[in-house]
Design a protein. Structure first.
Ligand code: F0G
Length: 422
């Protein structure tokens, strides 16, 4: 199965070898897709191969269906994230069988590392002289770290005032050249897409198909953790739609190659203020929407998702749904996930808020097994925490305000007594 991986343009159908150096089709600028030859072994044998491997990287353990010919791999390692059950979160969401796949526990604190290990490995393989991305923060943080591992210069282009401080700190600290644009994420992506083409810099946004091959392993690893017994639903926050697309591809291939016998349904969740994909879904995907985005979940503050077409295919093929949740619902879900000792950033909490909404609408049934993907770590966006718990007036329902006291034993005692009797 090592021979046979190709890149194919979804727009004009042109095929390219897997080492072709462009992130988009050079003829029509369409999105490229990786096509692997079917593995020469059965699904059972493939499962045995994956299950028998040592737990090094949670991406490269699946290399036969990620990038079979990869050598000289740039790995942290990444992946191997836990699948958690937390009764308080389940209870709040009204989903009795809810599992949380915590991608925030990747090395740079988000799922992006799974795509970046493949993208940067590929960048080195094609001899890229530099790598670049536009980002709402996490892609930039991950790119900066993996470029440092590979000793490649990195450019990270971010929207001014719309990136959480933990993510900005990472991009700078890991040594990427960071450009702050007076414009939103969608504009940043247009700019870096064009500049990378002109300058021969390798673009590592999720338009790049190798990123998606890595992100497929969120699903593969979750299936493996469930002994290859698929859940009924996978719920994922949706912004630029790279993950939605990658999940659809992973599930389609997993079924085709005999890893699983049936498909879970995908639920993509957007924030109401940045919900062009949910609007398209409501229209039966008859047209593509673009919006001026505005949500507290800065990671998914995106109005013109690049992987729209691929994501439509993923939702259609999995009999999936797309929904949108309010910022208030996102913040409440985050407070619940955080207080369970799990913690996540606001965009990730959209998955849990979305699961709750779909359960209340009866789309998700009480007996369904549901995996919600927590895409990023709590510490990515500490300002969201202090805003909710300390600064918002009146305090939101789950606010946990710190109490300021004088440095006296009596004050400590009074404060402790008050909390214990509360
Ligand atoms: N959750 C988090 C924490 C993210 O950082 C992102 C995307 C998403 C969800 C949405 O995933 O774009 O595949 O639909 N962040 C990108 C970035 C856009 O630049 O870090 P998607």
């Amino acid at each position: 199965m090592t021979a046979g991986t190709r890149q194919r343009c979804a727009g004009c159908g042109t095929e390219f070898p897997e080492t072709a150096p462009h992130a988009r089709c050079p003829n029509c600028q369409g999105l490229l897709e990786i096509q692997h030859a079917a593995p020469a072994v059965t699904g059972r044998e493939l499962r045995g191969l994956f299950d028998g491997r040592p737990r090094g990287s949670g991406v490269w353990r699946f290399r036969e269906i990620v990038l079979p010919t990869a050598q000289d791999i740039v790995s942290y390692p990444e992946g191997n994230t836990p699948l958690l059950t937390r009764p308080s979160v389940s209870h709040w969401a009204d989903v009795p069988d809810l599992l949380l796949k915590h991608e925030g526990l990747n090395p740079t604190g988000s799922f992006k590392d799974r795509g970046m290990t493949v993208g940067v490995t590929q960048a080195r393989r094609i001899g890229a002289r530099a790598v670049a991305c536009a980002s709402t923060g996490n892609t930039g943080a991950s790119l900066a770290a993996y470029a440092a591992l590979a000793a490649l210069p990195a450019f990270v282009v971010i929207p001014q005032g719309q990136v959480a401080v933990g993510k900005l700190a990472q991009a700078i600290a890991y040594g990427a050249r960071t450009l702050v644009v007076r414009g939103n994420f969608d504009r940043c992506l247009e700019l870096v897409d064009e500049a990378s083409r002109e300058l021969g810099v390798y673009l590592l946004n999720s338009v790049n198909p190798f990123r998606l091959e890595g992100q497929k392993t969120i699903v593969l690893e979750m299936l493996q953790q469930l002994d290859w017994e698929p859940p009924d639903w996978i719920v994922v926050p949706a912004g630029n739609l790279g993950n939605t697309a990658a999940f659809g591809k992973a599930l389609g291939e997993a079924r085709e190659w005999g890893l699983i016998g049936r498909l879970p349904r995908l639920a993509a969740v957007q924030a109401v203020g940045a919900a062009p994909f949910a609007a398209s879904f409501r229209d039966g995907f008859t047209r593509r929407h673009r919006v001026e985005p505005h949500t507290v979940a800065t990671a998914i503050n995106i109005g013109n998702p690049a992987s729209h077409d691929r994501a439509v295919q993923a939702i259609r093929e999995t009999d999936g749904v797309v929904t949108a949740v309010s910022d208030d619902a996102i913040l409440e879900a985050k407070a619940v996930v955080d207080a369970a000792g799990v913690g996540c950033e606001p965009a990730s909490a959209a998955a849990v808020a979305g699961a709750r909404q779909l359960a209340r609408e009866g789309v998700i049934r009480a007996t369904d097994r549901v995996v919600a993907v927590l895409t990023g770590h709590l510490l990515k966006d500490p300002a969201a925490v202090t805003r909710y718990h300390i600064e918002t007036e009146p305090p939101p329902p789950r606010a946990n305000r710190p109490v300021e006291i004088e440095a006296r034993p009596s004050e400590i005692e009074r404060a402790l007594r008050a909390s214990l009797t509360a």
